[in-house]
Design a protein. Structure first.
Ligand code: AMP
Length: 113
């Protein structure tokens, strides 16, 4: 737990969030500034700064993917969804705690621009 990390504080319950799923390894909660009708963040409980900092073979990756799949099912995103991981400043990452954005409920374009 990094006391200066907003997601660590959300996981600890110090900052309120709307949780949609949690287990031993990950927590999923609604983004406070949603970019789609469904916008959920899937976050490992362990503080990892980003996907580049994730150790090779870490079980966290499987847990994130499994939870993202559960969110897609729970949110009824049968028409499709978009998963996003922003990494570093060029990637648009603003919170340095690894998270997967699960977006759905509207169409998305490609390329994203
Ligand atoms: P990123 O830019 O990929 O690092 O994404 C960070 C996301 O965290 C943004 O979409 C923010 O809207 C979201 N966010 C920031 N603070 C909170 C919060 N307290 N509760 C929920 N989502 C948050």
């Amino acid at each position: 737990m990094d006391p200066n990390c907003i997601f660590c504080r959300i996981i600890a319950g110090d900052i309120p969030s709307t949780r949609v799923l949690e287990n031993e390894q990950v927590v999923a909660f609604r983004d406070v500034n949603p970019q789609a009708p469904t916008h959920v963040l899937v976050v490992p409980r362990e503080h990892v700064a980003g996907f580049e900092q994730l150790a090779a073979g870490s079980p966290i990756w499987n847990a994130l993917v499994a939870a993202a799949q559960d969110v897609v099912r729970m949110e009824g995103l049968a028409n499709g969804s978009r998963l996003v991981i922003n990494q570093g400043s060029d990637g648009g990452q603003t919170v340095p705690h690894l998270h997967v954005h699960v977006l759905g409920g509207r169409p998305f374009r490609w390329p994203p621009g």
